[in-house]
Design a protein around this ligand. Structure first.
Ligand code: AMP
Ligand code: MN
Ligand code: MN
Ligand code: MN
Length: 321
């Protein structure tokens, strides 16, 4: 049995690590890049467009058996200190996280950063600049929605935003559900908030190169979030991964709440083709809206190298093991 197999089976037998021997095995297990780890490295709190606090998310993740967690709020690291403390209070290991909005080939692409120094000045400034355009965009969305008879949407969305710097389409969607314009947030996006629909306001987000560099220069790994969601042609997708890699990007989400089972296999192939580390995350936003619960997705396909292998030294370890 190899060193990694032994570490894996020791931890699997004993569950949560408590003794020194198992503690050592646990650390080896992360470094060995064991794919069966219950890692959830993508979710949102009230600091962006989620409905739960970092503490409530941590408790929920732990309840569902998450062993390694990351809070990845949109364009914002304001929840990281609370998430670190909450993860440790729940006995979970933690990687810092954020999901950065980028414009590439005329479409919005999300880049998840993991394991960075969340106080790095260039990263903090870059995220601030990315958030900055959200206020005027939200006001314009309110104006556009008023033209089709929906009044007070900007003010309504603001009442849902836990962070006034982070008004997102999700907050508008919640307002339109509350005021019974639509029956759920999905319907709001379909009818009002996607390209070509009355409340959609085109927006220029960060450059791919900048987002990747903020993350990498802060000591973290950049990961392409939910790649199946972008509706790119094969040529555009190839360009995305090629440019992403050339700027220092190293990871791709393979197992995410936004992918079908067939897409897990498709992006496992992309991870192999481009030599990328594989990530797993629910993209959980809210108990009422999210169809994927924290920590419940299938584990990564065997044969891939998970992001937590090269990031093992960036993991903030809980004191309980
Ligand atoms: P924004 O960053 O303001 O453009 O908002 C993007 C957020 O809207 C995403 O992070 C999702 O949380 C949410 N979203 C995007 N598309 C949909 C959809 N079709 N249904 C529900 N939520 C969506
Ligand atoms: Mn979101
Ligand atoms: Mn996203
Ligand atoms: Mn997300």
């Amino acid at each position: 049995m190899s060193r990694c197999d032994a570490a894996n089976s020791a931890v699997a037998r004993q569950g949560k690590a408590t003794t020194t021997r198992v503690i050592r095995k646990w650390n080896e297990r992360l470094k060995c890049g064991v794919t069966s780890l219950n890692a959830d490295l993508h979710c949102h709190s009230v600091v962006s467009d989620g409905t739960l606090t970092p503490e409530a998310l941590a408790a929920r993740a732990a309840l569902h058996g998450v062993q390694l967690w990351a809070l990845t709020d949109h364009d914002e690291v304001g929840g990281q200190d609370r998430a670190i403390a909450a993860a440790h209070a729940q006995g979970m290991d933690y990687l810092t996280g954020a999901e950065i909005s980028v414009t590439f080939a005329g479409k919005t692409v999300h880049i998840v950063g993991l394991g960075f120094d969340h106080r790095n000045p260039a990263l903090v400034q870059g995220l601030y600049a990315t958030r900055n355009g959200r206020g005027p965009r939200a006001q314009e969305m309110g104006t556009e929605l008023a033209k089709v008879g929906i009044k007070g949407a900007y003010e309504g969305a603001l009442t849902y935003a836990g962070n006034p710097e982070l008004v997102s389409r999700t907050h508008f969607a919640r307002f339109l559900v509350e005021t019974k314009v639509c029956k759920d947030t999905n319907e709001v996006f379909k009818r009002f908030l996607t390209e070509g629909k009355p409340g959609f306001v085109p927006h220029r987000w960060a450059h791919l190169k900048d987002a990747v560099q903020w993350i990498v220069e802060a000591g973290g790994m950049a990961v392409v979030a939910h790649p199946a969601r972008y509706d790119f042609t094969p040529t555009e997708e190839y360009a995305l991964f090629t440019e992403f890699k050339s700027h220092g990007g190293q990871g791709v989400e393979v197992v995410t709440g936004s992918h079908t089972t067939a897409e897990y296999a498709e992006y496992a192939d992309i991870a192999r083709e481009f030599g990328l580390y594989a990530s797993r995350g629910s993209d959980f936003h809210s108990p009422d809206e999210s169809h994927t619960e924290l920590g419940t997705l299938p584990t990564l396909p065997a044969g891939l190298t998970p992001v937590w292998e090269p990031l093992a030294d960036r993991v903030l370890r809980t004191s309980s093991h």
